[in-house]
Design a protein around this ligand. Structure first.
Ligand code: DGY
Length: 319
């Protein structure tokens, strides 16, 4: 029997799966585990099942000790894990790709609709108790049909978002490190372009690339200025891909028309410049937040941990 620490609450089915084979210490507090408590609890464990809110760095790996075999993140994004530090110590790092594609693409499309159709503004107006009535020019948004969606990062979530947008009549361009499956490109009628062209031609830019040094502030003042002043920016990937201060200024000054965000640069803090603006929709990192998806993520993380603990290749190793 190995020792497994789980850094936060995960669906019971995944805990049961882990408990069937190993001794499991799962943090069950309503708040996130403190760093101090986490460092104490990982000492001597063989596996860490981590949530994206916990930083898995060299200090934590050393606090765990040389017997540590696997860090299984319950997320597809793994910017909370120092992967080279894991590799140096012979620790396998894993994530949960695939299972959250549809849930996250649903939220991206929701943000596109909310931002372009001013749904947040409408909802706030009704709840404010202010008088309103139907009017020819009342809360006009902009239509999606015939407009262009620019997808930055055309992996599974980018493709699923493009598929949804196509169903709404949008044209698709994308920027990606590599060409996508030609059958998918032709199904979507998607054209690969560089970031400059994507920013210039898109009516909605949706971010789906991983976060890392290469994508830190990929969208800053210069890129926002390169977008149409009628365009919208949507981010369901990771907050620091966007320079939030520059975005707040661009939204305030009409450099772009609007934005929809599910992730933040200093999560859970939101840049104060965004909070007062009507042309930005703000969601609290709900991309994968469905019962089915969170269960699938936790089960995949458990499978990853169990595979490594029994000396097998995990289903979703990072890298
Ligand atoms: C992920 O898995 O990276 C998502 O951000 C979780 O919602």
């Amino acid at each position: 029997m190995s020792r497994v620490v789980v850094t936060g609450r995960i669906p019971e089915a995944a805990l049961e799966k882990l408990r069937a084979e190993h001794e499991v210490d799962a943090w069950a507090g309503p708040e996130s585990i403190s760093r101090e408590e986490l460092l104490r609890r990982v000492a001597g464990v063989d596996a860490v099942v981590s949530l994206l809110t916990e930083r898995i760095d060299a200090e934590l790996l050393d606090a765990a000790g040389p017997q540590l075999k696997v860090v299984a993140n319950v997320a597809v994004g793994y910017d909370n894990i120092n992967v080279p530090a894991c590799t140096e110590r012979g620790v396998v790092a894993t994530n949960t790709p695939g299972v959250l594609i549809d849930a996250t693409a649903d939220i991206a499309l929701s943000l596109i609709l909310m931002a372009t159709r001013r749904l947040g503004e409408g909802e706030r107006l009704i709840r404010s108790g202010e008088a309103w009535k139907w009017g020819m020019f009342f809360l006009l948004g902009s239509s999606l049909k015939g407009k262009t969606l620019g997808v930055v990062g055309m992996g599974g979530i980018g493709q699923a978002t493009a598929r949804r947008a196509k169903a709404f009549g949008m044209e698709i361009v994308y920027q990606s490190r590599s060409e996508i499956d030609p059958a998918v490109a032709s199904e979507l009628g998607a054209r690969r372009v560089d970031l400059d062209e994507l920013l210039a031609v898109s009516d909605v830019v949706s971010l789906h690339c991983p976060y890392g040094p290469a994508t830190h502030h990929l969208i800053g003042a210069e890129q926002l200025a390169a977008m149409k002043d009628s365009a919208y920016l949507v981010n369901t990937a990771r907050g620091p891909i966007v320079d939030e201060a520059a975005l707040a200024a661009a939204l305030r000054d009409g450099i772009i028309a609007g934005a929809g965000l599910d992730v933040y640069e200093q999560e859970p803090t939101v840049h104060p410049g965004l909070l007062d603006l009507d042309n930005v929709v703000l969601l609290p990192h709900l991309g994968s937040a469905t019962v089915e998806t969170r269960t699938a993520m936790a089960m995949l993380a458990a499978d990853n941990a169990l595979a490594v603990l029994s000396g097998n290749q995990p289903p979703a190793p990072i890298g």
